[in-house]
Design a binder for this molecule. Structure first.
Ligand code: NDP
Length: 312
């Protein structure tokens, strides 16, 4: 049985999801946030240093470990697979083993890139995985390692993540729209753009429900879930919708010409799944949460950028 305000260790507090999670978890318990670089209120921790991770776990003895850190550079992973596997597979394994031994819950994130993109119906949690590249393979290995370690865990597979800070497609499109009259955007990859804040809010809600129900390690709501916004679009569809909205909000002066192109016209070191829409109905039933269409989060995120003004 966990105390009412469990100690939470947050890894990756500077990431898109981690930053949002940092805020959302405050209501659940005291949060020790870690990041690679020194920042106010943050413990510096290089997550490739397994001994340092072990020492922090032993020192802080978290009751909840929220792992928002990952190697997310999908193309660079093909060049440096070892570094990617360290963060995406061996770190979660280490955290899960510690959690199993010390009865701590591990909150962790995975990706739609564990699938090969051949499906044409939303993919549920039971669907077989077949990652196409190093990033997806390493994330799948992380999922399996957590499941095998046997610690209480919540693993949320998400997709196409963006936020009003960090490196993401939405911010890249806004920048390019200010610099160019014409953009070419891939229109043959289909997924569900998901706002980092939605992921963080649902994660915190799920955690709180588990705690309120007695923090039972055998609670059937623990396990792996698909957590994305609802609906689907292509990168071209996302770019068009977000730039139209950005123009309406005054974030860009004029709409560039947005040309649809096939993935073959934009070769990348890593192959991406052509179709990776996740079926998000099960998590909504299990936790009674609502996952709105992708346009909803996009509008809120752009609104936030507009309110933030020219410092963006
Ligand atoms: P980000 O790339 O925004 O953040 C990753 C975080 O990990 C950053 O805080 C980064 O620190 C940290 N990190 C990486 N390497 C180290 C290290 N050696 N030591 C300490 N910290 C490190 O990721 P997202 O928030 O976008 O992703 C969150 C989760 O969602 C991940 O599990 C990811 O796999 C998954 N996901 C993401 C998708 C996306 O589109 N981004 C899609 C599907 C799933 P720093 O700021 O210093 O780099």
């Amino acid at each position: 049985m966990m105390p009412e305000a469990p100690r939470i260790l947050l890894l990756g507090a500077t990431g898109q999801v981690g930053f949002e999670l940092w805020r959302c978890l405050q209501a659940t318990g005291p949060v020790l946030a870690t990041a690679r670089q020194p920042l106010p209120g943050v413990r510096v921790l290089d997550l490739t240093d397994a001994d340092a991770v072990e020492a922090l776990l032993a020192d802080y003895r978290p009751q909840i470990i929220a792992n928002a850190a990952a190697w997310t550079a999908v193309d660079a992973a093909e060049e440096t697979p070892e570094a990617c596997w360290r963060l995406n597979a061996r770190l979660p394994e280490q955290l899960a083993r510690w959690g199993a031994e010390h009865h701590a819950l591990l909150l962790h994130y995975s990706t739609d890139y564990v699938f090969d993109g051949r499906a044409r119906q939303p993919l549920d949690e039971a669907r077989s995985t077949a990652p196409l590249g190093v990033y997806g393979q390493s994330k799948r290995a992380g999922e399996v390692a957590i499941q095998q370690a046997g610690c209480p865990s919540l693993i949320f597979r998400t997709a196409w993540v963006y936020a009003s800070r960090g490196h993401n497609f939405l911010l890249t499109m806004l920048r390019l729209a200010r610099e160019r009259d014409q953009l070419s955007v891939v229109d043959d990859q289909i997924g569900s753009p998901t706002w980092a804040r939605l992921i963080a809010q649902v994660s915190a809600q799920a955690l709180q429900q588990w705690l309120a129900a007695g923090a039972d390690p055998d609670d059937p709501r623990l396990g792996l879930w698909h957590l994305t916004a609802s609906g689907q679009t292509s990168w071209h569809g996302f770019a068009t919708a977000l730039l139209e909205q950005a123009q309406a909000l005054g974030l860009i002066e004029r709409l560039p010409d947005i040309q649809p192109i096939p993935s073959s016209a934009f070769p990348t070191p890593a192959q991406r799944p052509a179709w990776s829409v996740l079926d998000n109905r099960a998590i909504q039933r299990a936790f009674g949460c609502h996952l709105p269409d992708w346009q909803h989060g996009m509008q809120l995120c752009l609104q936030e950028l507009a309110e933030r003004g020219p410092t963006r």
